[in-house]
Design a protein around this ligand. Structure first.
Ligand code: GLN
Length: 216
């Protein structure tokens, strides 16, 4: 999906400024945030970009951490002051969806990186896990969804997976549920209201994973 060039100028959806609830904050310090905004517009869901600490002063019900470069995003989270309010949001159990670099930011453990960012997702994540040759590829898999108690709640069938120098999950702890595997690798996890995918649903044109996130 190619994002409309008008997204360069958009800071929020039309309805986000009046909305007192239901707004999704999209981290927009670096990376593929516009693609998530376009996806939420297709679903009619209010959103605003999170660029500075003050952007969190208005009601934010859910947060998206987009793909990009996790080390850069980690530094910018600190320098913008956005780290603390997003961390509090996650620790309060409110919905958060990390794609690719976002999955890295959410993980409790990184296999090949000394950093830990939000440290919320009970998993060990390996950055750039597929090596140079297989850095970017596509697949189609079913995605399982879970209730907060860890029981299965449904299946998103035949979802297109797009990987762009993504991570995979090397190991999960008891709190994280595996939503999806491909080529024997775990590539999507759910832990209560935390969703994390190593792939990029926002660039597929298929809205079902975002719809599921909005239902949390
Ligand atoms: N390779 C990136 C990282 O390790 C993630 C890639 C992506 O988000 N598309 O931070």
């Amino acid at each position: 999906m190619v994002v409309d060039v008008s997204y360069i100028l958009k800071e929020h959806s039309e309805d986000a400024t009046q909305a007192s609830s239901g707004v999704t904050g999209i981290l927009a310090v670096q990376g593929a945030f516009a693609e998530h905004a376009a996806m939420l517009d297709r679903l009619g869901a209010p959103w605003k970009l999170l660029r500075a600490r003050e952007d969190f002063d208005e009601p934010i019900d859910r947060v998206i951490l987009p793909g990009g470069e996790s080390t850069t995003q980690g530094k910018l989270l600190r320098s913008t002051g956005l780290f603390d309010p997003i961390n509090e949001h996650i620790k309060a159990g409110k919905p958060v969806f990390g794609t690719c670099a976002g999955m890295i930011l959410l993980a409790q453990r990184l296999e090949n990186d000394p950093n830990v960012y939000f440290g919320a997702l009970d998993a060990t994540v390996r950055r750039n896990a597929y090596g140079r040759q297989l850095g970017s590829f596509m697949a189609t898999e079913n995605i399982t969804t879970f209730n907060t108690d860890g029981t299965k709640s449904g299946i998103i069938e035949n979802f297109p997976l797009v990987f762009i120098r993504g991570p995979f999950v090397a190991e999960t702890g008891p709190n994280a549920q595996v939503m999806c595997t491909t080529n024997g690798n775990m590539v999507a996890l759910q832990q209560g209201n935390i969703l994390a995918t190593a792939f990029h649903p926002e660039i597929t044109g298929n809205t079902r994973v975002h719809e599921y996130f909005l239902s949390l």
